[in-house]
Design a protein around this ligand. Structure first.
Ligand SMILES: Nc1ncnc2c1ncn2[C@@H]1O[C@H](COP(=O)(O)OP(=O)(O)O)[C@@H](O)[C@H]1O
Ligand SMILES: [Mg+2]
Length: 256
């Protein structure tokens, strides 16, 4: 068993000979809220794409709880325990709030139905369906979204759509949850609400969180440690306060 939930070793990728990300070494402990920050184009989302099987690393590798996940499909990686949200919200807009969470639940073994169960509408299909509905509402409660369970996802205000996306990712029961700019576009009230929700997730669930965020106030209020990227390489990493006061980091943020 590894000491780290996530460990990356010299992780990198190049597109047409250009290094978008190189030599990234992360060691994230169980229960941590860990930040990944850096200017636009630094390679943050690309790292999430590597960790979720959207892209295959051209260098290095990564481990979840000591198990190497390099080259596995997106679906397999999710089964192994990594779930994510996207920088631009991706929901099933014309499905209800509850149904969106149920999509995440489908990954769990206890909710699997055979094709025959579903097509022939065998008793198992109905039992699983009603258990999933219950479970989905339980998850929605954590996010204070149970009242909106029957609303269409597209009709939710922006801040709630962001929360619903996290709820759907959480429904897959990940060990590691990746959040790509969860506070982007939120008003201060929504941001504060999000901060509380993320902290609650850590307290209530056996979960580790890696988050990308531009709002440095949000980051310093919530992250135990962080990594700062610039032009695809790590320029600082460590305890949040120390890493943020590193001269290289200040230069990268404020410009030359
Ligand atoms: N599929 C791709 N093909 C070519 N270049 C890419 C691809 N995906 C990302 N990149 C490049 O990788 C760099 C990092 O992008 P990204 O990870 O989205 O940055 P960030 O999330 O930090 O703003 C950018 O220069 C981007 O153009
Ligand atoms: Mg990005």
């Amino acid at each position: 068993m590894s000491d780290f939930v996530l460990e990356t070793q010299n992780l990198g990728i190049s597109f047409g000979g250009l290094h978008a990300v190189s030599n990234v070494n992360l060691q994230i402990k169980k229960g941590e809220i860990y930040g990944l920050i850096g200017p636009n184009g630094a390679g943050k989302t690309t790292i999430f794409n590597l960790l979720t099987g959207v892209y295959q690393p051209t260098e290095g590798t990564f481990y979840l709880d000591g198990k190497e996940l390099k080259r596995l499909s997106q679906e397999r990686i999710n089964h192994e325990g990594i779930a994510r949200t996207f920088q631009n919200i991706r929901l099933f807009n014309n499905m209800t709030v509850r149904r969106n969470v149920m999509v995440g639940l489908h990954n769990r073994p206890e909710f699997r139905c055979s094709m025959a169960d579903s097509i022939l509408r065998l008793p198992r299909h109905f039992r699983v369906e009603s258990e999933m509905k219950e479970k989905a509402v339980e998850i929605l409660k954590i996010f204070d979204l149970e009242e909106e369970r029957n609303a269409l996802a597209c009709n939710l205000p922006y801040g709630k759509q962001r929360k619903l996306e996290i709820a759907r990712a959480l429904a897959t029961e990940p060990k590691l949850l990746l959040l790509d700019e969860p506070a982007a576009g939120m008003n201060p009230h929504e941001t504060e609400d999000l901060r509380k929700t993320v902290e609650l997730l850590r307290e209530r669930f056996d979960i580790t969180i890696l988050l990308i965020e531009h709002d440095l106030k949000f980051v310093s209020g919530i992250c135990d440690r962080l990594t700062v990227l610039n032009f695809g390489t790590v320029i600082a990493q460590g305890k949040t306060k120390e890493a943020l006061s590193d001269p290289e980091v200040i230069k990268a943020y404020i410009g030359k």
